[in-house]
Design a binder for this molecule. Structure first.
Ligand code: GAL
Length: 413
């Protein structure tokens, strides 16, 4: 009889650990390519390790499809727990409507103002002195990606810049190789902007996009940009334009195309394909004409939620995304640069090391388009550039005039 009492007393004495229930947090993003999916899995793993649960809300079709869905869900009262967006103006209306969680206390506690760099990224998350998003990386848009074997098999030296690619185009075409692969939509706008930075220069690009300098935007330097786009659009067989950016990168990886112009998130695709930068492929910042870097990238916002457990999980996720180990694991797979300098990037690809060199030691770091212009104006410019790309009857002068008109009508920053 006495034994059961002893057993009962023993059971009672064992303090069961208080098992905190994991909080599910739905996280939306548009990272659905091979490299992007591998990277976002690192974020999910790090968040799950905190005892919470990342409920993946991937939206296929890149930012132009995902942004309207994300914004309308929050505006419509059906918010996710957290969402990726780009640094800039996209969430302005949501913040002004009081729908987004204020992260200022966390930012202050974790000293984001001194641990995260460059300052421009936290500035893009700050409204009226309060912080509403956490920057998680830096993605720059102005890279040319080339498949070395395609050029050597064609008896050519892999190009060191855009101009050499253009010069190689006839020989590549003679071998049945696409000189340039491209996807429709925002990738065409990215190419035009990269050519603007490479040909007209960073100052003239920023003068147009940020300064709304119509004389510059309509002037001879930008005229050279539209002339270069006219050359490029004649290089690419319209039948070879693909729907998604990662398909265009895939053509270079497979060797069907010789080169592609895309942001450094393309690096994640080469990593998944187990290709080595500087051996199998080359990555040329500023299209090889001038090494520059723009401060594009990704930030996470957290729609307000009445449930304090959700709020607690949101703050834990924000903190986890910029933790050193998470930053290394995520960015190595994403091909982006970490948002903090105090992490070990020795395993970074040569491309990422080129980016870090420009970022931390270069002089030409400039804002991304979404940090200079509202999304509606960017979408209008995207559509003009796509129309120019696809319609031979549209002249370079017509396209430039339409571009200037959008800048003229764009709302102030
Ligand atoms: C960008 C985003 C990158 C990359 C790219 C293509 O807007 O910042 O992370 O994924 O879209 O989807």
């Amino acid at each position: 009889m006495k034994y059961w009492k002893l057993a009962a007393a023993l059971c009672a004495s064992v303090a069961l650990p208080s098992v905190a229930t994991a909080t599910d947090l739905e996280v939306t993003h548009w990272w659905t390519s091979g490299g992007e999916a591998a990277a976002v899995a690192e974020f999910a793993k790090a968040f799950d390790a905190t005892g919470n649960h990342w409920v993946d809300g991937a939206i296929a079709g890149s930012g132009d499809v995902a942004r309207p869905i994300i914004i309308s869900r929050i505006m419509g009262g059906n918010p996710m727990g957290a969402t990726q967006l780009n640094p800039g103006k996209d969430a302005d209306d949501l913040v002004k409507a009081g729908l987004m969680l204020d992260l200022t206390d966390l930012a202050t506690k974790d000293k984001w103002a001194t641990t995260l760099r460059p300052k421009s990224q936290l500035d893009s998350c700050t409204y009226s002195g309060h912080v509403y998003c956490v920057p998680v990386n830096l993605h720059s848009a102005q890279w040319m990606w080339t498949n070395r074997k395609v050029f050597t098999d064609a008896g050519l030296t892999p190009p060191k810049d855009w101009n050499e690619l253009i010069a190689d185009a006839p020989a590549l075409k003679a071998k049945g190789i696409m000189p340039l692969s491209i996807a429709e939509g925002w990738p065409v706008s990215l190419l035009v902007q990269d050519l603007a930075v490479a040909i007209a220069g960073v100052d003239n690009y920023v003068a147009a996009y940020k300064g709304r300098d119509l004389k510059v935007a309509g002037g001879p330097e930008w005229g050279k940009v539209f002339a270069a786009v006219d050359v490029a659009r004649k290089l690419v067989d319209p039948k070879t334009v693909v729907p998604q950016w990662n398909e265009a990168v895939g053509l270079v990886i497979k060797g069907t195309a010789a080169a592609n112009v895309m942001g450094d998130w393309a690096g994640g695709e080469f990593t998944v394909a187990k290709m080595v930068a500087g051996k199998d492929y080359d990555c040329l910042p500023g299209l090889g004409l001038e090494p520059v870097l723009n401060t594009g990238g990704d930030v996470f916002y957290f729609p307000k939620n009445a449930d304090p457990k959700i709020t607690e999980a949101q703050l834990k996720l924000a903190e986890t995304l910029v933790a050193p180990d998470t930053q290394v694991a995520f960015n190595l797979k994403k091909g982006s640069l970490p948002i903090r300098a105090d992490v070990d990037m020795s395993k970074a690809s040569d491309c990422m090391k080129k980016g870090l060199e420009i970022l931390d030691h270069g002089s030409k770091v400039y804002p991304s388009d979404s940090q200079m212009l509202d999304r509606d104006s960017l979408n209008q410019i995207r559509d003009i550039f796509n129309q120019f790309w696809a319609d031979p009857s549209m002249s370079a002068a017509d396209a430039q005039a339409k571009f200037v008109a959008v800048l003229k009508a764009a709302p102030p920053l």
